[in-house]
Design a protein around this ligand. Structure first.
Ligand code: NAP
Length: 250
């Protein structure tokens, strides 16, 4: 069988580690040319080299600060200048600054909204210009179960992730006629640096809410992104794919 993403060009933000790294690996393994974009340019280069060696795909690294709209525009323009086009955009970069609302400083709010949500606006706007012209494209953004059900201590994070869901549904309506699909993936609690910081008690309490009884693995999120990017998902747009072990059911 031919690789599913042969001749496709994909950009993954926050691709140097964690879920973004696994997504980059999964897309490259299916033959896509992948741009690993990250704030940590050195980390992105190391990840790109490792994935290229493991998959034989062309993998490029680009430094990018998604909290800066100009940097997002440059990432997409440089990708098209270097690789000729962009077929798949994965908006994955994200951070947490957890605090109860009473203690949440305006900077904690602004930074999380900027990195998690304004980045999705900026990268999607830049990429959709090219995708609309070529009349095909996939935009996939990483939301969170917390954007669906909420979580005490994460008003900023859950607002940003719920924002991604509303944004994706609206853009799916705008771009449907141009052959571009727009979807979100909402992971539950996945084993990465982001969840490694949680205490054993918090993890135990979380697992009680998960019917599958374990944290998810980044590869399990990457598989969902690969599906939405693949020829198996041509008639899916404006959807939220929940990858949460059953933690929230819709
Ligand atoms: P992670 O391990 O912390 O990795 C995040 C990546 O994003 C890092 O490589 C980081 O670079 C990069 N990044 C941070 N700020 C950036 C910026 N301004 N510009 C460009 N890149 C930036 O996180 P993860 O767990 O893989 O999470 C990936 C996505 O999944 C996030 O959107 C997160 O909200 C979402 N998610 C995660 C979970 C979970 O349980 N882990 C659950 C639901 C949703 P540095 O190395 O330089 O910091």
């Amino acid at each position: 069988m031919d690789a599913m993403l042969k001749d496709q060009v994909a950009v993954v933000t926050g691709g140097a580690r964690g879920i973004g790294r696994c997504i980059s690996q999964a897309l490259a393994a299916q033959g896509a040319t992948v741009v690993v974009a990250d704030l940590n340019a050195e980390g992105a280069q190391a990840t790109a080299n490792e994935i290229a060696a493991a998959t034989g795909a062309r993998v490029e690294a680009m430094g990018c600060d998604v909290s800066n709209v100009e940097s997002c525009n440059k990432l997409i323009d440089d990708t098209v200048a270097k690789l000729g086009k962009i077929d798949i955009l994965v908006n994955n970069a994200g951070i947490t600054r957890d605090k109860l609302l009473a203690r949440m400083a305006p900077e904690d709010w602004d930074l999380v909204l900027k990195i998690n949500l304004t980045s999705v606006y900026a990268c999607s706007k830049a990429a959709s210009r090219y995708m609309a012209k070529q009349r095909s494209g996939r935009i996939i953004s990483i939301a969170s179960v917390v954007g669906v059900v909420g979580n005490a201590g994460q008003c900023n994070y859950s607002a940003s992730k719920a924002g991604i869901i509303g944004f994706s549904k609206s853009l799916a309506r705008e771009l449907g006629g141009r052959g571009v699909t727009v979807n979100a993936v909402a992971p539950g609690f996945i084993q990465t640096a982001m969840t490694d910081v949680l205490s054993a008690e918090v993890k135990e309490a979380l697992l009680k809410q998960v019917p599958l009884g374990r944290l998810g693995q980044p590869e399990e999120v990457a598989d969902a992104v690969l599906f939405l990017a693949s020829p198996m998902a041509t008639y899916i747009t404006g959807q939220v794919l929940n990858i949460n072990g059953g933690m929230a059911m819709q």
